[in-house]
Design a protein around this ligand. Structure first.
Ligand code: PGA
Length: 252
C-alpha cells in the first residue's frame, strides 16, 4: 500500500554535465522499474538541468534544502516556489548535515515544513539520533522531539506529501549501517508517533525511508523490514550501478 521510494542525495558533488550524465544513466537503466518511486537530489546549480533531462520520465527531482520564504531580502537563499518553478517535486529538509554544520534546529525546520505545504512540493523530512544520544538512552526522546517539533501545526491534509527519512547520524557516510532490527525498531516507533499525531490512516500511509550507508549489499535486508519503505542514499547514489541495484532491491 506504500509505494517504496529510493532517493539519491548527491550532496555537494557533480558539475552540471556530470549531474546530467548521472541522471540520464539512471534513467536508462531503470526504464523497467514501475513499482518504486525514484528521486534524485542534485546540487542547486544542476537542479534545472537535471529536471529538464528527466522531464517525461518517472524519476522525480528533489532540492537538498530551501528557505522558508517565497521571496524577499534573503541573500543566497532559494525558496520552495522557485524550486517548484523549475520542475522539482520534492525538497529534502532537516538533513543531519544541515542540523550539525549549519545550526538548523527543529523550529527552523518546522518553518520549512510549513513553507513547503504552501506549494505542491513534497517534503522529505530527515530525523535521526547521534551515537551519543543512542548510547545514553536518549534515542526515542530525540526522535519524538524531531517528529513532533518538525511537524508541529501541520494539518493532516498536508501529510500526504510528507515522507520521513530516518537517518541515524552515526550511520551517515561512515559505512556503519543500522542493523535491520535497529532500523525496524526506530521506524516502528516513528510510525507510532505519526499514529499519535495524525491517526492510524496517516501513520499507515506515510512512507518512512531509512538512510545511512545504504549499499547494494544491505538494502535487501533493510527493505524486508515491515516499516522500512525505502532508502535515502548518499555515497552509493553517486555510483550508477550501485544506485540502480538499490532501486532494484530484491524481496527477501
Ligand atoms: P550515506 O548518506 O548513504 O553516504 O551514508 C546518506 C545521507 O546522508 O542521506
Amino acid at each position: 500500500m506504500r509505494t517504496p521510494m529510493v532517493a539519491g542525495n548527491w550532496k555537494l558533488h557533480n558539475t552540471r554535465d556530470q549531474a546530467i550524465a548521472l541522471a540520464t544513466g539512471i534513467k536508462s537503466q531503470t526504464s523497467d522499474v514501475t513499482d518504486v518511486e525514484i528521486v534524485v537530489a542534485p546540487v542547486f546549480t544542476a537542479l534545472n538541468a537535471v529536471a529538464d533531462a528527466l522531464r517525461g520520465s518517472s524519476i522525480k527531482v528533489a532540492a537538498q534544502n530551501c528557505y522558508p520564504q517565497a521571496q524577499g531580502a534573503f541573500t543566497g537563499e532559494v525558496s520552495p516556489q522557485l524550486v517548484e518553478d523549475i520542475g522539482c517535486n520534492y525538497v529534502i529538509i532537516g538533513h543531519s548535515e544541515r542540523r550539525q554544520l549549519f545550526g538548523e534546529d527543529d523550529a527552523f525546520i518546522n518553518r520549512k515544513v510549513h513553507a513547503l505545504a504552501e506549494t505542491g512540493l513534497g517534503t522529505i523530512l530527515c530525523i535521526g539520533e547521534t551515537l551519543a544520544e543512542r548510547e545514553s538512552g536518549q534515542m526515542f526522546n530525540v526522535l519524538r522531539r524531531q517528529v513532533c517539533e518538525g511537524l508541529k501545526g501541520l494539518g493532516i491534509e498536508s501529510m500526504v506529501r510528507v515522507v520521513i527519512a530516518y537517518e541515524p547520524v552515526w550511520a551517515i557516510g561512515t559505512g556503519k549501517t543500522a542493523s535491520d532490527q535497529q532500523a525496524q525498531e526506530s521506524h516502528a516507533f516513528i510510525r507510532s508517533l505519526l499514529d499519535e499525531l495524525y491517526g492510524a490512516q496517516v501513520a499507515g500511509a506515510t512512507r518512512i525511508l531509512y538512510g545511512g550507508s545504504v549499499k547494494p549489499d544491505n538494502v535487501d535486508g533493510l527493505m524486508a523490514q515491515p516499516d522500512v519503505d525505502g532508502a535515502l542514499v548518499g555515497g552509493a547514489s553517486l555510483k550508477p550501478a550501485d544506485f540502480v541495484r538499490i532501486i532494484k532491491f530484491q524481496k527477501v
